[in-house]
Design a protein around this ligand. Structure first.
Ligand code: 5AD
Ligand code: FES
Length: 367
């Protein structure tokens, strides 16, 4: 076995940044994927956890250069679901035995938005059983907002750092978007007791393997519980997407790099939850299955009503635009059993890392 892989398997965090970059640079990743999948099996066996994602609105105050729903994109038809619609979709996912949902939208900061989400969370809590996992993915917020949402029933939060290199971050965003604030939000979320997730885009123009190695190291420095990352996919109505042609060779390279990042992250962090994200499937029909076989253990099927899906395109070629939630459920079940794994129906699927992190804190407090 490759000596770096053997070293990584011994314990979490057992690689230097150049070693992480070296693993990402391997041209034949078969051994890498197999080893990472082995680590995944150690922690969660052949089970895949589902989080039904509800993309409840595409109004966004941010203007990230890569994102299709950035505020300056006038071609997007903007929508926001009603409280009752969101609750209905959440209840559907609950009744269909999904262990968790994710509520995602564009980034908005206002008392109106805070109160809206707070009411939705309270309603969902009333109609589910208290074991249902509720994740938010609603961007940067002030501490008070994070606290109110936590108290209303959310217990996980996803906030991608997008890239851990501050100078590179500055090239991907307008000047008023702050890298430091995003990092600070992640710290606040952890302090408030959220299971905290972050991630990056992979294969951005100008990104180096050293940047990506830095991203993997960043996940550990922040002691994150969940990682959601995926390949960058150009969107024609964005500044960053100009002039990039998605040829089959480009798509294949983006997919491979995305899979390698999953594998190396699994080998470096061991016990976190890692999502096989939808962007993988945008590049290859079997992208998510390949993600699972490279060490991911979570999938986020879309449970939003079909009529809204086309208006929530962060990147082009988003899959499942014409399917509905029930079709995606059946489809995924087939895909997951097809690779010898099974869905953890009704499992909330908390990351082992979080249980240990919190358990340790409790032990420290009682000593
Ligand atoms: N390609 C891939 N991922 C993207 N995201 C936004 N735009 C793109 C794109 N063009 C990701 C960002 C964001 C998440 C919700 O979607 O990482 O955090
Ligand atoms: Fe939506 Fe396969 S997951 S159709």
């Amino acid at each position: 076995m490759n000596t770096l892989i053997a070293k990584a398997l011994r314990r979490p965090g057992n690689l230097t940044r150049p070693e992480i970059a070296e693993l990402l640079d391997r041209s034949d990743p078969t051994e890498l994927f197999r080893a990472a999948y082995g680590v995944k099996l150690r922690y969660t066996g052949r089970m895949v956890f589902l989080r039904g994602i509800i993309e409840f609105g595409n109004y966004c105050a941010k203007d990230c250069f890569y994102c299709g729903i950035r505020r300056s994109n006038r071609e997007v038809k903007r929508y926001c679901l009603s409280e009752d619609d969101i609750v209905r979709m959440a209840v559907w996912a609950f009744e269909q035995r999904y262990g968790s949902i994710v509520l995602q939208s564009g980034e908005l900061e206002s008392e109106e938005n805070t109160a809206f989400v707070e009411r939705v969370l309270q309603k969902i809590r009333v109609v589910t059983d208290g074991k249902f996992g509720i994740t938010l993915s609603l961007g940067e917020q002030d501490e008070e907002t994070f606290r109110r949402w936590r108290e209303a029933g959310a217990h996980r939060y996803l906030l991608r750092i997008e890239t851990s290199n501050p100078e590179f971050y500055a090239r991907l965003h307008p000047p008023d978007h702050s890298f430091l604030r995003r990092v600070e939000c992640l710290r606040v979320l952890k302090r408030l007791g959220y299971q905290t997730g972050s991630g990056v885009m992979i294969g951005l123009p100008g990104q180096t393997l050293d940047d990506l190695a830095g991203d993997v190291a960043f996940f550990r420095e922040l002691d994150l519980d969940m990682i959601g990352m995926g390949p960058y996919i150009p969107h024609r109505q964005t500044p960053l997407g100009q002039g990039i042609e998605v040829t089959p060779a480009y798509a294949a390279a983006q997919l491979q790099l995305g899979l390698k990042m999953i594998a190396v992250t699994r080998l470096y962090l061991h016990d976190v939850n890692i999502a096989a994200t939808t962007a993988l499937q945008a590049l290859d029909d079997r992208g998510r299955e390949q993600g699972l076989l490279a060490g991911a253990n979570v999938i986020m099927p879309n449970v939003t009503d079909t009529e809204y899906r086309a208006d929530y395109q962060l990147y082009e070629n988003k899959p499942c635009l014409d399917e509905n939630a029930a079709q995606c459920r059946t489809c995924l079940n087939g895909r997951i059993t097809g690779i010898g794994e099974h869905i953890g129906w009704k499992y909330r699927g908390d990351p082992v890392h979080f249980r240990q992190r919190v358990g340790e804190a409790v032990i420290r407090l009682t000593k």
